[in-house]
Design a protein around this ligand. Structure first.
Ligand SMILES: [Zn+2]
Length: 630
């Protein structure tokens, strides 16, 4: 048994513990003693204070109540208003997952109902929120986890052993090095390889969807060996950060993937969609749903602010990044105080309809690795109110002349931001009440948002929890679920607003709408998200007005007559000013800033401005370059 487990057992009454195991970095103890389970008289807290690790005491599976009886008991304890939807047992871990529409009511005042369940059933209850819009994906992710609970228990124990019995590479002098496998001086295929004397960690593993021949990160780089990989940390669920994660599992990776719970769910959804798109284009998908399932089985979710060891010498904490639901800044504490880094992923240091601004306070931070999507001097974003005014104006003019407004959106983040903006403009009677059609995946992603309101900003949370007014459930939103329904919208609907993916017009529903709506000057198209170089969206922004589409062997030319607009202020990225403000407010002030995730000129411009304004050492590396940090 591990030293740390022996130490823990040595500090507890003899024979009180029947089994001890790791669940990732957490320690779980099982007891056959009912009284000790219900009241351990502070013994566990004392251990937690001593060893500074999370320790949880659970009943031994042999003393838990029969599952059917426990189910009946739980149904009796939880009030009807909590709207119980599901009760699932995890007998391996003596846990019972209770899904309810109103988790607060299921938990009871100060956890009184949870306590009652523990006392009456000797199961450990966990309350989860039932999404208010039904999500098949969340249901299937939860069922994958429940079905494989035996495997999960072993996997989590193995992960803990790597953390606590570690130092497989021998304690040598401390050093830290980061190699850019992708996402340096570019937006797309983000992938950073972090090495320390002991650890091998990937930060993100994405795909550049706008590129055909350089879509994947450089996993062939000599320093990267998949069988040595200890952990993958995912900042947020956008394809350019997560697109290739299941591919690692295809090539044998079986270690942990760390991210927030909404990131896990949205990530799996996007990857499944990617497989579907590749199949529909007649390509062999680079991985299948089997590998996505494998990834889900190996995902360890963390809340914001939860500190977790991932290897013997790396400890991470995720913080709100303000970019999309569940997006995180990743704080890495390396080598027991040797060095601290923050990898921002994508972040917004500003208010949005959906999220709070990115976090800026860290226990320590010597090196900051930050994005620079809008890092150029010319990338100042207009104020939010001005965006709303222009947005409302374009919509009103289009609707008044009987046209439709097409909004190509990134399914995750921008779509929901725009939905909330439109809902508010309609509620405040700034624009007419017209149907807002939501095509395909955008709907599924929105459903996931309704499962995690605690990740949304204070305003939206207030609306949902206190006023019972969930803006996502407004009756203006109509789902478009099939090709037939899409055709209906195009042919039979009057003036309306349409949100469809992909955001850069690189395939998907938005392109189908464009083909049908593009030649009518009454219609408008409005870009609200970043358009990658080479994408159809960028070409149209640059003035291309004869669009060539391939239809089988034939080519079709669309003369683009609809009005085209761009509003950049809705982006989930920080504008130039917000990037600079973030560095200024970042506490403590970093000693070194590594600039990534931006077109070359923007990376260089931001690096130079930060250096000039704050006298901080900066660098804007290229792909395949490695930087020694310590
Ligand atoms: Zn992103």
């Amino acid at each position: 048994m591990s030293d740390i487990l022996n130490e823990v057992l040595g500090n507890l009454p003899k024979d009180s513990i029947s089994d001890a195991a790791f669940e990732g970095a957490n320690i779980v103890l099982y007891t056959k003693d009912k009284n000790f389970f219900l009241d351990n008289k502070g013994a566990i807290k004392k251990i937690v204070d001593d060893i500074k690790k999370r320790v949880e005491l659970r009943p031994d599976p042999s003393i838990t109540m029969d599952m059917e009886d426990a189910k009946a008991k739980i149904k009796k304890i939880i009030p009807e208003e909590a709207k119980l939807s599901n009760i699932i047992f995890d007998p391996q871990r003596s846990q019972v997952i209770i899904e309810a529409e109103k988790p607060g009511l299921a938990i009871g005042k100060q956890g009184s109902l949870l306590k009652e369940i523990r006392e009456n059933t000797l199961w450990v209850p966990l309350i989860k929120r039932t999404p208010t819009i039904r999500s098949k994906l969340i249901e299937s992710i939860r069922s994958v986890l429940y079905e494989h609970s035996d495997y999960r228990r072993k996997f989590l124990h193995k992960t803990g052993k790597r953390i606590y019995d570690g130092w497989i590479r021998g304690k040598k002098e401390g050093w830290v090095r980061v190699t850019y496998l992708g996402g340096a001086r570019q937006v797309g295929r983000s992938c950073l390889f972090l090495q320390t004397a002991e650890s091998r960690i990937l930060l993100d593993c994405g795909i550049d969807v706008a590129s055909e021949d350089q879509a994947y990160p450089h996993l062939e780089a000599p320093e990267f060996k998949i069988d040595e990989l200890d952990a993958v940390i995912v900042s947020h669920a956008h394809v350019d950060h997560i697109g290739l994660v299941p591919y690692l599992f295809k090539y044998g990776y079986r270690g942990p993937v760390y991210c927030t719970a909404p990131t896990r769910d949205v990530m799996a959804l996007l990857q499944l969609d990617l497989v579907k798109i590749q199949r529909s284009e007649g390509k062999e998908p680079i991985y299948t749903s089997e590998e996505i399932k494998e990834m889900v089985k190996h995902t360890i979710t963390l809340d914001y602010g939860e500190v977790t060891d991932v290897t013997p010498d790396v400890r991470i904490t995720l913080y709100n990044a303000g970019h999309i639901l569940g997006s995180s800044l990743v704080h890495l504490h390396i080598g027991n105080g040797l060095h601290n880094m923050v990898y921002t992923g994508d972040f917004k240091y500003g208010r949005s309809e959906l999220l709070n601004p990115a976090h800026t306070e860290f226990p320590r931070c010597e090196t900051l690795l930050m994005e620079s999507t809008y890092g150029g001097k010319e990338n100042t974003l207009p104020p939010r109110e001005e965006c709303d005014r222009i947005f409302a104006d374009i919509i009103t003019k289009t609707l008044n002349r009987g046209g439709k407004v097409l909004l190509p959106v990134l399914g995750v983040g921008r779509a929901q931001e725009i939905l909330l903006t439109v809902e508010q403009l309609i509620r405040n009677k700034v624009i007419d009440k017209v149907p807002v059609f939501i095509d395909g995946m955008v709907w599924d992603v929105t459903a996931i948002h309704t499962a995690y309101p605690e990740y949304l900003n204070n305003e939206v949370r207030k609306q949902i929890f206190h006023k019972n007014q969930n803006p996502f459930l407004s009756d203006i939103f109509k789902r478009v679920g099939s090709k037939k329904e899409r055709q209906e919208v195009i042919e039979n609907e009057g003036p309306c607003i349409i949100l469809a993916t992909s955001g850069m017009l690189v395939g998907g529903a938005s392109v189908e709408y464009l083909k049908e709506l593009g030649d009518n000057p009454n219609n408008s198209m409005l870009f609200t998200c970043y358009q990658g170089p080479g994408s159809l969206g960028r070409r149209i922004q640059n003035g291309e007005r004869e669009i060539v589409f391939k239809n089988g062997q034939k080519q079709e030319i669309l003369p683009l007559k609809m009005e085209v607009y761009t509003i950049e202020g809705y982006t989930g990225h920080s504008g130039r000013k917000q990037l600079m403000n973030f560095v200024q407010r970042c506490s403590p002030r970093p000693k070194k800033v590594i600039v990534n995730h931006g077109e070359s000129s923007r990376c260089l411009m931001l690096a130079s401005s930060i250096h000039k304004s704050f006298k901080i050492e900066t660098v804007a590396p290229r792909n395949l370059e490695a930087i020694r940090i310590v």
